[in-house]
Design a protein around this ligand. Structure first.
Ligand SMILES: Nc1ncnc2c1ncn2[C@@H]1O[C@H](COP(=O)(O)OP(=O)(O)O)[C@@H](O)[C@H]1O
Ligand SMILES: CC(=O)N[C@@H](CCC(=O)OP(=O)(O)O)C(=O)O
Length: 257
Protein backbone atom coordinates (compact mmCIF):
# COMPACT_ATOMS: atom_id res chain seq x y z
CA UNK A 1 0.00 0.00 0.00
CA UNK A 2 1.25 3.46 -0.95
CA UNK A 3 -0.03 6.60 0.78
CA UNK A 4 -0.28 9.89 -1.05
CA UNK A 5 -1.06 13.12 0.79
CA UNK A 6 -2.76 15.62 -1.49
CA UNK A 7 -3.11 19.27 -0.52
CA UNK A 8 -5.95 20.77 -2.45
CA UNK A 9 -5.65 24.56 -2.58
CA UNK A 10 -8.56 26.94 -2.10
CA UNK A 11 -7.45 28.67 -5.31
CA UNK A 12 -8.62 25.73 -7.42
CA UNK A 13 -11.56 24.24 -5.48
CA UNK A 14 -14.08 25.89 -7.80
CA UNK A 15 -12.15 24.78 -10.87
CA UNK A 16 -11.32 21.13 -10.22
CA UNK A 17 -11.77 19.41 -13.58
CA UNK A 18 -13.18 15.96 -14.41
CA UNK A 19 -9.59 15.10 -15.41
CA UNK A 20 -8.49 15.80 -11.83
CA UNK A 21 -10.92 13.19 -10.50
CA UNK A 22 -9.93 10.74 -13.25
CA UNK A 23 -6.32 11.19 -12.15
CA UNK A 24 -7.35 10.40 -8.56
CA UNK A 25 -9.05 7.20 -9.75
CA UNK A 26 -5.92 6.25 -11.72
CA UNK A 27 -3.82 6.73 -8.58
CA UNK A 28 -6.14 4.49 -6.59
CA UNK A 29 -6.09 1.88 -9.38
CA UNK A 30 -2.28 1.98 -9.18
CA UNK A 31 -2.35 1.21 -5.45
CA UNK A 32 -2.23 4.68 -3.89
CA UNK A 33 -4.39 5.54 -0.88
CA UNK A 34 -5.11 9.27 -0.94
CA UNK A 35 -5.38 11.51 2.11
CA UNK A 36 -6.54 15.04 1.31
CA UNK A 37 -5.88 18.26 3.22
CA UNK A 38 -7.77 21.22 1.81
CA UNK A 39 -7.40 24.99 1.87
CA UNK A 40 -9.94 27.73 1.34
CA UNK A 41 -8.13 31.07 1.59
CA UNK A 42 -10.16 32.85 -1.15
CA UNK A 43 -13.50 31.65 0.31
CA UNK A 44 -12.44 32.86 3.78
CA UNK A 45 -11.51 36.26 2.34
CA UNK A 46 -14.89 36.50 0.60
CA UNK A 47 -16.81 35.65 3.77
CA UNK A 48 -14.74 38.07 5.89
CA UNK A 49 -15.62 40.74 3.31
CA UNK A 50 -19.32 39.96 3.77
CA UNK A 51 -18.90 40.29 7.54
CA UNK A 52 -16.93 43.52 6.97
CA UNK A 53 -13.89 42.07 8.75
CA UNK A 54 -10.58 43.06 7.20
CA UNK A 55 -8.31 40.20 5.93
CA UNK A 56 -4.83 40.76 7.37
CA UNK A 57 -1.74 38.65 6.72
CA UNK A 58 1.79 38.50 8.09
CA UNK A 59 4.34 36.54 6.01
CA UNK A 60 1.46 34.84 4.18
CA UNK A 61 -0.30 33.73 7.40
CA UNK A 62 -3.72 35.12 8.26
CA UNK A 63 -3.76 37.20 11.44
CA UNK A 64 -6.57 35.39 13.22
CA UNK A 65 -8.56 37.04 16.01
CA UNK A 66 -11.31 35.09 17.80
CA UNK A 67 -13.85 36.81 15.56
CA UNK A 68 -11.87 35.93 12.41
CA UNK A 69 -11.45 32.33 13.63
CA UNK A 70 -15.22 31.91 13.79
CA UNK A 71 -15.44 32.81 10.12
CA UNK A 72 -12.36 30.70 9.22
CA UNK A 73 -13.88 27.62 10.84
CA UNK A 74 -17.32 28.28 9.43
CA UNK A 75 -15.92 28.52 5.90
CA UNK A 76 -13.33 25.74 6.03
CA UNK A 77 -15.47 23.22 7.89
CA UNK A 78 -18.90 24.31 6.67
CA UNK A 79 -18.17 25.24 3.07
CA UNK A 80 -14.90 24.17 1.47
CA UNK A 81 -14.69 20.80 3.23
CA UNK A 82 -18.32 20.07 2.28
CA UNK A 83 -17.71 21.25 -1.28
CA UNK A 84 -14.73 18.94 -1.75
CA UNK A 85 -16.33 15.92 -0.05
CA UNK A 86 -19.39 16.49 -2.26
CA UNK A 87 -17.28 16.64 -5.42
CA UNK A 88 -15.36 13.50 -4.47
CA UNK A 89 -18.59 11.62 -3.77
CA UNK A 90 -20.09 12.87 -7.02
CA UNK A 91 -17.03 11.53 -8.81
CA UNK A 92 -17.31 8.07 -7.30
CA UNK A 93 -14.90 8.36 -4.36
CA UNK A 94 -15.83 7.40 -0.83
CA UNK A 95 -14.81 10.55 1.09
CA UNK A 96 -15.07 11.46 4.75
CA UNK A 97 -14.68 15.05 5.93
CA UNK A 98 -12.91 15.66 9.21
CA UNK A 99 -12.10 18.88 10.98
CA UNK A 100 -8.45 18.74 12.08
CA UNK A 101 -9.59 19.45 15.64
CA UNK A 102 -11.82 16.34 15.70
CA UNK A 103 -10.46 13.29 17.51
CA UNK A 104 -7.14 15.09 18.12
CA UNK A 105 -6.43 14.67 14.40
CA UNK A 106 -4.14 17.75 14.46
CA UNK A 107 -2.60 19.25 17.61
CA UNK A 108 -0.77 22.56 17.41
CA UNK A 109 1.10 25.24 19.32
CA UNK A 110 0.73 28.96 18.76
CA UNK A 111 3.31 30.36 16.32
CA UNK A 112 3.30 33.82 17.87
CA UNK A 113 0.11 34.63 19.74
CA UNK A 114 0.85 38.37 20.03
CA UNK A 115 1.61 38.79 16.35
CA UNK A 116 -0.74 36.28 14.64
CA UNK A 117 -3.42 35.42 17.21
CA UNK A 118 -5.05 32.01 16.80
CA UNK A 119 -2.54 30.63 14.28
CA UNK A 120 -0.70 27.41 14.90
CA UNK A 121 2.07 25.08 13.87
CA UNK A 122 1.14 21.39 13.92
CA UNK A 123 2.97 19.50 16.68
CA UNK A 124 1.21 16.17 16.44
CA UNK A 125 -0.94 14.26 13.95
CA UNK A 126 -3.23 11.41 14.95
CA UNK A 127 -1.94 9.10 12.22
CA UNK A 128 -3.69 6.16 13.91
CA UNK A 129 -7.09 7.80 13.31
CA UNK A 130 -6.22 8.73 9.72
CA UNK A 131 -4.91 5.23 9.04
CA UNK A 132 -8.19 3.76 10.37
CA UNK A 133 -10.11 5.78 7.78
CA UNK A 134 -7.71 4.69 5.02
CA UNK A 135 -8.11 1.07 6.11
CA UNK A 136 -11.88 1.47 5.70
CA UNK A 137 -11.24 2.55 2.09
CA UNK A 138 -12.35 6.09 2.89
CA UNK A 139 -10.60 9.16 1.51
CA UNK A 140 -10.05 11.46 4.52
CA UNK A 141 -10.57 15.15 3.70
CA UNK A 142 -8.94 17.11 6.51
CA UNK A 143 -9.68 20.75 7.39
CA UNK A 144 -6.53 22.66 8.47
CA UNK A 145 -7.73 23.52 11.97
CA UNK A 146 -5.96 22.15 15.02
CA UNK A 147 -6.55 21.89 18.76
CA UNK A 148 -4.23 23.78 21.10
CA UNK A 149 -3.38 22.71 24.65
CA UNK A 150 -5.46 25.60 26.08
CA UNK A 151 -8.62 24.33 24.37
CA UNK A 152 -8.65 26.95 21.61
CA UNK A 153 -8.75 25.92 17.99
CA UNK A 154 -5.96 27.28 15.80
CA UNK A 155 -5.91 28.22 12.15
CA UNK A 156 -3.18 26.37 10.21
CA UNK A 157 -1.91 27.25 6.76
CA UNK A 158 -3.12 24.31 4.66
CA UNK A 159 0.24 23.72 2.93
CA UNK A 160 1.94 23.34 6.32
CA UNK A 161 -0.90 21.14 7.59
CA UNK A 162 -0.51 18.85 4.56
CA UNK A 163 3.25 18.63 5.09
CA UNK A 164 2.70 17.68 8.76
CA UNK A 165 0.22 14.95 7.75
CA UNK A 166 2.56 13.61 5.03
CA UNK A 167 5.45 13.44 7.49
CA UNK A 168 3.39 11.79 10.25
CA UNK A 169 2.03 9.15 7.87
CA UNK A 170 5.46 8.70 6.30
CA UNK A 171 3.64 9.05 2.98
CA UNK A 172 5.13 7.78 -0.24
CA UNK A 173 4.20 10.97 -2.07
CA UNK A 174 3.05 14.46 -1.28
CA UNK A 175 1.22 16.54 -3.86
CA UNK A 176 0.31 20.22 -3.76
CA UNK A 177 -2.64 20.81 -6.07
CA UNK A 178 -3.10 24.44 -7.05
CA UNK A 179 -4.35 26.72 -9.82
CA UNK A 180 -1.15 26.76 -11.91
CA UNK A 181 0.66 23.88 -13.69
CA UNK A 182 3.51 23.91 -11.17
CA UNK A 183 6.43 26.27 -10.56
CA UNK A 184 6.60 28.69 -13.45
CA UNK A 185 9.67 30.75 -14.26
CA UNK A 186 9.27 33.39 -16.97
CA UNK A 187 5.96 31.75 -17.86
CA UNK A 188 7.55 28.34 -18.48
CA UNK A 189 6.79 25.25 -16.38
CA UNK A 190 9.79 23.96 -14.43
CA UNK A 191 9.37 20.19 -14.67
CA UNK A 192 12.06 19.26 -12.17
CA UNK A 193 13.78 21.31 -9.56
CA UNK A 194 15.88 21.03 -6.42
CA UNK A 195 16.01 22.68 -3.01
CA UNK A 196 18.97 24.88 -4.01
CA UNK A 197 17.29 25.95 -7.24
CA UNK A 198 14.13 26.84 -5.31
CA UNK A 199 16.14 28.99 -2.90
CA UNK A 200 17.63 30.78 -5.92
CA UNK A 201 14.17 31.26 -7.50
CA UNK A 202 12.88 32.82 -4.26
CA UNK A 203 15.88 35.16 -4.05
CA UNK A 204 15.40 36.18 -7.69
CA UNK A 205 11.69 36.86 -7.08
CA UNK A 206 10.52 34.09 -9.43
CA UNK A 207 8.73 32.34 -6.56
CA UNK A 208 6.60 34.59 -4.35
CA UNK A 209 3.28 34.86 -2.50
CA UNK A 210 1.20 31.70 -2.14
CA UNK A 211 3.92 29.58 -3.81
CA UNK A 212 6.29 30.23 -0.87
CA UNK A 213 4.47 28.12 1.79
CA UNK A 214 4.10 25.39 -0.84
CA UNK A 215 7.80 25.15 -1.61
CA UNK A 216 8.69 25.51 2.08
CA UNK A 217 6.33 22.64 2.86
CA UNK A 218 7.75 20.61 -0.01
CA UNK A 219 11.27 21.11 1.36
CA UNK A 220 10.24 20.13 4.90
CA UNK A 221 8.64 16.96 3.53
CA UNK A 222 11.81 16.14 1.55
CA UNK A 223 13.88 16.71 4.69
CA UNK A 224 11.83 14.01 6.38
CA UNK A 225 12.82 11.55 3.66
CA UNK A 226 9.68 11.64 1.48
CA UNK A 227 11.32 11.83 -1.92
CA UNK A 228 8.32 12.25 -4.21
CA UNK A 229 6.99 15.78 -3.86
CA UNK A 230 5.14 17.58 -6.64
CA UNK A 231 3.25 20.78 -7.34
CA UNK A 232 0.48 20.18 -9.89
CA UNK A 233 -2.65 21.78 -11.30
CA UNK A 234 -6.18 20.72 -10.35
CA UNK A 235 -7.43 22.01 -13.69
CA UNK A 236 -6.12 19.08 -15.69
CA UNK A 237 -4.85 15.49 -15.45
CA UNK A 238 -1.87 15.53 -13.10
CA UNK A 239 -1.49 11.73 -13.43
CA UNK A 240 -2.30 9.56 -16.42
CA UNK A 241 -0.99 6.12 -17.44
CA UNK A 242 1.66 6.27 -14.73
CA UNK A 243 2.94 9.68 -15.96
CA UNK A 244 2.92 12.80 -13.78
CA UNK A 245 2.43 16.37 -14.96
CA UNK A 246 3.70 19.33 -12.94
CA UNK A 247 6.85 20.26 -11.04
CA UNK A 248 8.74 17.45 -9.31
CA UNK A 249 10.88 18.67 -6.43
CA UNK A 250 13.80 16.61 -5.21
CA UNK A 251 16.78 17.10 -2.99
CA UNK A 252 19.37 16.37 -5.68
CA UNK A 253 22.25 17.60 -3.53
CA UNK A 254 21.37 15.16 -0.75
CA UNK A 255 20.86 12.28 -3.19
CA UNK A 256 24.30 12.96 -4.74
CA UNK A 257 25.98 12.94 -1.28
N1 LIG B 1 6.97 30.74 -9.58
C1 LIG B 1 5.66 30.60 -9.48
N2 LIG B 1 5.01 29.72 -10.27
C2 LIG B 1 3.67 29.58 -10.20
N3 LIG B 1 2.88 30.28 -9.37
C3 LIG B 1 3.46 31.17 -8.54
C4 LIG B 1 4.87 31.37 -8.55
N4 LIG B 1 5.17 32.31 -7.64
C5 LIG B 1 4.02 32.69 -7.09
N5 LIG B 1 2.97 32.03 -7.62
C6 LIG B 1 1.57 32.23 -7.23
O1 LIG B 1 1.17 31.20 -6.35
C7 LIG B 1 -0.21 30.96 -6.58
C8 LIG B 1 -0.64 29.67 -5.91
O2 LIG B 1 -0.70 29.87 -4.51
P1 LIG B 1 -2.09 30.16 -3.77
O3 LIG B 1 -2.79 31.26 -4.48
O4 LIG B 1 -1.80 30.34 -2.33
O5 LIG B 1 -2.87 28.84 -4.07
P2 LIG B 1 -3.53 27.68 -3.20
O6 LIG B 1 -4.83 28.22 -2.70
O7 LIG B 1 -3.69 26.61 -4.21
O8 LIG B 1 -2.60 27.32 -2.08
C9 LIG B 1 -0.30 31.00 -8.08
O9 LIG B 1 -1.62 31.20 -8.55
C10 LIG B 1 0.60 32.20 -8.40
O10 LIG B 1 -0.13 33.40 -8.37
C1 LIG C 1 -2.96 30.59 9.05
C2 LIG C 1 -3.55 30.68 7.67
O1 LIG C 1 -3.15 31.52 6.89
N1 LIG C 1 -4.51 29.80 7.36
C3 LIG C 1 -5.19 29.76 6.10
C4 LIG C 1 -5.98 28.47 6.02
C5 LIG C 1 -6.56 28.19 4.66
C6 LIG C 1 -5.50 27.98 3.60
O2 LIG C 1 -4.32 27.81 3.85
O3 LIG C 1 -6.01 27.96 2.35
P1 LIG C 1 -5.23 27.97 0.93
O4 LIG C 1 -4.46 26.74 0.85
O5 LIG C 1 -6.30 28.08 -0.05
O6 LIG C 1 -4.32 29.19 0.94
C7 LIG C 1 -6.15 30.97 5.95
O7 LIG C 1 -6.73 31.41 6.94
O8 LIG C 1 -6.33 31.42 4.80
Amino acid sequence: MKTIVIKCGGSVLDELSPAFFEALHSLIDDGYKPVIVHGGGPAINAMLDLYKIESKFHNGLRITSEETMEVVEMVLSGKTNRQLVGLLEKNGLNAIGINGSDGKCLLADYINKDQLGLVGRVTMVNSFLIQKMIDENLVPVITPIASAKDGFRLNINADYAAAAVAKALNADRCLFVTNVDGILVDGELVKETSVTEIQNYIEAGHIYGGMIPKVESAISVLNKGIEQVMIVSGKNAFYQNGEWAGTAISDKERILK
